[in-house]
Design a protein around this ligand. Structure first.
Ligand SMILES: *Cc1c(COP(=O)(O)O)cnc(C)c1O
Length: 464
């Protein structure tokens, strides 16, 4: 890979510390092998998530000083609203303190028990919020995404033909909305093409079903469209973003990703009646309409962050950095989901550890090995997160892939930090046949990965 450098320099530093191997062993046991329970100060490189973990710019911090903390109609809300209108183009923008509240506010108003919500792939919180309202989340990802080594450039795409079949099967009355997640987080941060967005919208229009975007990584998606889709090479990122959202009826966004802030989110919609219903509910659970659980200064940071995320030099560096980590892993014989996506490298733990079956969570084995080896925190995106039980037979359905996500926080780690990760994985590769699976000993009904407790299997499996 050609050499490339950060399009920013470091102005403030935060010390990080690699505790001893013995202490790491003690900490992971105390955490019941749930990496969410490990204290941040006991982590060296934290790739758990790219959500809310980015570094704000000097421009954003300067904006924080301009916080207007009036309860109603603060000046920062005006800037927030005008920015979002400029970029996403919807009529109403409703601030919330993070993405899942946007999901709750929308789904509380549109999902009835027994409804279906199709999506290219649901993120864990959209899945859980749909289920919580009695709806069924349905993933209709394109077939190319099923081959982890396919180089197809838009593996986040919706299977549009399947979507149409599905709507005819279930009836449009049972489908209050359809979603496109851009980029498609759960299948590897893979982008959705403009052609696919357009085709999805065309199908939905036949049935009068609204299209919503789950847009946490909209800028990364737009960058991939510019780089990979015919006809977009000479279009600016903001122009591509505007076209993407012109096909939508609304957007939910966790600004903790491409908003380049540590906390925040919003809903954008055109429907006045729905806006009023959401406003009434948000006042009950989140705050007044113009602050939505955020401080005025937070709204300012989002307004500034959204524009910064559209900077092509930033997007080029970011996607190259993620690609570099992926290439360094592949060079060392660690299988990943190819091609690398926008925000993370996904190790294919199922392929890496064929001796550990999905019922024993091979992804978790890699997560724990990475912590033990290098103080690295990563996240299982496999059957711990997505196992579901068939409601009639009670049989387990495992995730399509057993993945480990190495999410790269925005503007935080240098390439040298990421090399530490690649070198640790190289060591793990050499003793991978000694890794063991896990049993769940405690879990909750929704989003169990956040709170579960695990026990390590006593011995290495010799066959599956
Ligand atoms: C992070 C995320 C959410 C949820 O947002 P939070 O801010 O974590 O509540 C929803 N959808 C996608 C695609 C996400 O990445």
């Amino acid at each position: 890979m050609e050499h490339f450098a950060e399009p920013y320099r470091i102005k403030v530093v935060e010390p990080i510390n690699l505790i001893s191997r013995e202490e790491r062993e003690q900490r992971i046991r105390e955490a019941h092998f749930n990496i969410f329970n490990v204290k941040s100060r006991h982590v060296f490189i934290d790739l758990l998530t790219d959500s809310g973990t980015g570094a704000m710019s000097d421009n954003q911090w300067a904006g924080m000083m301009l916080g207007d903390e009036a309860y109603a109609q603060c000046a920062n809300y005006e800037h927030f609203e005008s920015t979002l209108r400029d970029v996403f183009g919807f009529k109403y923008f409703i601030p919330v303190h993070q993405g899942r509240v946007a999901e709750n506010l929308l789904f509380s108003n549109i999902v009835k028990p027994g409804d279906y919500i199709p999506n290219n792939t649901h993120f864990d919180t959209t899945r859980a919020n749909t289920l919580h309202k009695g709806g069924y989340p349905v993933d209709l990802i394109c077939s190319e995404a099923r081959d982890p080594h396919s180089q197809y450039p838009f593996k986040g795409n919706m299977d549009v033909a399947r979507l149409e079949e599905f709507i005819r099967e279930k009836g449009a009355a049972k489908i209050p909305a359809c979603f496109l997640t851009v980029t498609n987080n759960s299948t590897g941060g893979q982008p959705v093409s403009m052609a696919n967005i357009r085709a999805t919208k065309e199908v939905l229009d036949k049935f009068g079903i609204p299209l919503y975007f789950d847009a946490a990584r909209f800028a990364e998606n737009a960058y991939f469209i510019q780089q990979r889709e015919a006809g977009y090479k000479d279009r600016t990122i903001i122009d591509i973003v505007r076209e993407m959202f012109s096909y939508g009826d609304g957007v939910l966004m966790s600004a903790k990703k491409d908003g380049l802030v540590n906390m925040g989110g919003f809903i954008g919609i055109n429907d006045a009646e729905l806006e009023e219903k959401i406003t009434n509910l948000m006042i009950l659970i989140e705050g007044f309409r113009t602050y939505g659980g955020l401080a005025g200064r937070d709204l300012e940071a989002i307004a500034r962050g959204i524009y910064e995320a559209l900077d092509p030099r930033y997007l080029e560096f970011r996607t190259k950095q993620v690609k570099l980590l992926g290439e360094e892993l592949m060079k060392r014989g660690v299988p990943i989901i190819e091609p690398t996506g926008g925000h993370a490298v996904f190790i294919n733990a199922g392929e890496f550890l064929p001796n550990i079956p999905p019922s024993e969570f091979p992804g978790q084995s890699v997560v724990i090995a990475l912590y033990r080896e290098g103080g690295i925190r990563s996240c299982e995106i496999g059957s711990i997160m997505f196992e579901s039980k068939d409601p009639t037979t009670g049989k387990s359905e495992y995730a399509p892939y057993e993945l480990v996500r190495l999410a790269v926080p925005r503007r935080v780690y240098t390439n040298a930090h990421l090399m530490h990760v690649a070198l640790c994985m190289e060591k793990i590769r050499d003793y991978k046949d000694k890794l063991v699976g896990f049993d769940i000993v405690h879990q909750s009904k929704y989003l169990r990965h956040f709170t579960l407790k695990l026990e390590e299997k006593k011995s290495v499996r010799t066959s599956v």
